[in-house]
Design a protein around this ligand. Sequence first.
Ligand SMILES: [Zn+2]
Length: 173
Amino acid sequence: MAKRPILIHPDPRLKSEAAPVGSVSGEIKALAADMLETMYDAPGIGLAAPQVGVLSRLLVMDCVKEEDQPPRPMVLVDPQIVWSSEEQSVYEEGCLSIPDQYADVERPAEVEVTWTSLEGGACSERFSGLWATCVQHEIDHLDGRLFIDYLKPLKRQMITRKMVKLKRERARA
Ligand SMILES: [Zn+2]
């Protein structure tokens, strides 16, 4: 396992649609392990493959917040939202590709998602609360969509300018 560098917005790879994985190769398994390590190290609660520069429909997440609860690392290959609740909920979202920027985003409060496991099995689960927000945020990444795309243009542009500046500073460092 190895940590991988996380792309920072703006980057064309974060705006691209990722391709279906299909059958799970050893390469995908290694990528999933690397992504989990990268996510926990960041630390974050979700990470999508395009964020590490791989345009494949794969995401990892673990939204367990309680310190007395065991971690629940999840790997979702080719995830699809098959049902969304009419009820909406608002969470203050952030993103490892947009460091230190947070904003309220409204999304369906519950979603049912189907995906393929790393072992190739068909999975399905209904997510609510933070898990629902996280899985929708990560699936958005697979479609080249960021949480700032839900914000008003002025706010989005402000955040993008900050990120351009951050990348310039990091490149000089
Ligand atoms: Zn994100």
